[in-house]
Design a protein around this ligand. Structure first.
Ligand SMILES: *Cc1c(COP(=O)(O)O)cnc(C)c1O
Length: 381
């Protein structure tokens, strides 16, 4: 499939070319259920690449976060600190267990959880902190891990956008007790729907396998460690089949190249938009020196005097896909019902109304990026 030149889609799922070959191999292996040879290869890759203790493929990042909530034994009334500026799954996973999301404001530079506000949100019911690495740019993990250590809280990294990104050289998702990746088609490395749970704290390794296999010790049985498998605790089916793992393997093999290509486009936008920032039209993303990002997303924050709707309309008229997000969770119907805001969340409210995401995908051409930027300049002046 080729991309019609006149239209610049917001996202264009990248195929490496090897996906169908691997799926054919899984098909002829005749092993289609989860945890077959391709799943094991993906696990090995993730463990080697991130340094996590155990990697487990899941149906989605949402599923990995739900596993995290089960592993943490979240009970009704338990509080979980997270940003309001995030995707719904960050909160849903804990709400499903009766947990209460406590929404903390974000930093003005990275739009990540503001680590300076976390401690004042901690109560006797707080159980965990869930930093979300927005746009693959790391949260201030040293500070967050110190706070968690001081208050004996767990840390679950929502690293949905963070595959191949790092903080001070450490892979995102491998720093907290648990980390969650997404391989959704809109992310960098994809399998349509897909995800992984990274287990870093060794005490969760055995239970994570059990929870993912319907609450049974089936994984240990297959390794010959027990002579029958039985129901051990509450769990569900969180593992993907081999066809998905085969597809994902083709992507993981190319993960470095995919990341480099996206970073190239990211840097090109960054250069092209410098004059617009100098003219006070917008603010470009800020990536602190300790963060090695993965080119997941290019966004701009429009200046107060620019009408965002007008910019989005102008993109649409020019056949350019662009989106904004997030509607902050604390202001959404379910967020108000299940969670609570800690403080006024001024940065969240302000930045979420100014943000526009630009098309970014593997194969986006320089000419297309020039067009995006010139439409943006026209719409904003
Ligand atoms: C995409 C995303 C998710 C959900 O990922 P799925 O794999 O679609 O379940 C969760 N959190 C964040 C921050 C995301 O960007």
């Amino acid at each position: 499939m080729t991309n019609p030149d006149h239209r610049i889609p917001f996202n264009w799922p990248h195929m490496t070319g090897k996906e169908l070959q691997h799926i054919a191999e899984a098909h002829s292996n005749g092993s289609l259920a989860g945890d077959g040879p391709f799943t094991k290869r993906c696990h090995g890759w993730l463990e080697a690449r991130t340094g996590c203790k155990k990697a487990l493929l899941t149906h989605s990042c949402t599923a990995a976060l739900e596993m995290a909530a089960l592993l943490l034994d979240i009970e009704p009334g338990d509080e979980v600190i997270m940003p309001s500026y995030t995707f719904v799954s960050t909160a849903n996973a804990f709400v499903l267990r009766g947990g209460v999301p406590v929404f903390v404001d974000i930093r003005g530079d990275t739009l990540n959880l503001d680590e300076r506000l976390i401690e004042s949100a901690i109560t006797g019911r707080t159980r965990a902190i869930v930093p979300v690495h927005y746009a693959g740019v790391a949260c201030e993990m040293d500070a967050i891990m110190q706070i968690a250590g001081r208050h004996r809280l767990h840390v679950v990294e929502d690293a949905a956008q963070g595959v191949m990104a790092a903080y001070k050289g450490r892979a995102l998702g491998s720093i907290g007790d648990l980390g969650a990746y997404s391989f959704h088609e809109t992310k960098n490395v994809i399998s349509g729907e897909g995800g992984a749970l990274l287990v870093n704290a060794p005490e969760f390794a055995t239970r994570a396998e059990i929870i993912r296999e319907k609450g049974t010790d089936r994984s240990r049985f297959f390794r010959g460690e027990v002579d029958k498998y039985t129901w051990q605790e509450a769990g569900s089916s969180f593992l993907p089949g081999e066809l998905i793992a085969a597809f994902l393997w083709a992507q993981l093999e190319e993960a470095q190249r995919i990341t480099e290509d996206r970073l190239l486009s990211w840097r090109r936008y960054h250069e092209l938009l410098e004059p617009l920032e100098a003219d006070g039209i917008l603010r470009r993303p800020i990536v602190p020196g300790e963060c090695q990002h993965n080119g997941h997303m290019y966004y701009v924050l429009l200046a107060q005097h620019i009408d965002r709707q007008q910019v989005l309309d102008e993109f649409r008229r020019n056949n350019i896909g662009s989106v904004f997000h997030y509607v902050p969770l604390h202001s959404s119907p379910a967020g108000m019902k299940y969670g609570r805001a800690h403080g006024a969340l001024d940065v969240t409210n302000r930045q979420s109304e100014r943000l526009v995401r630009l098309p970014l995908w593997v194969g986006l051409s320089e000419e297309q990026q020039n067009r995006v930027v010139s439409v943006l300049r026209r719409a904003a002046s």
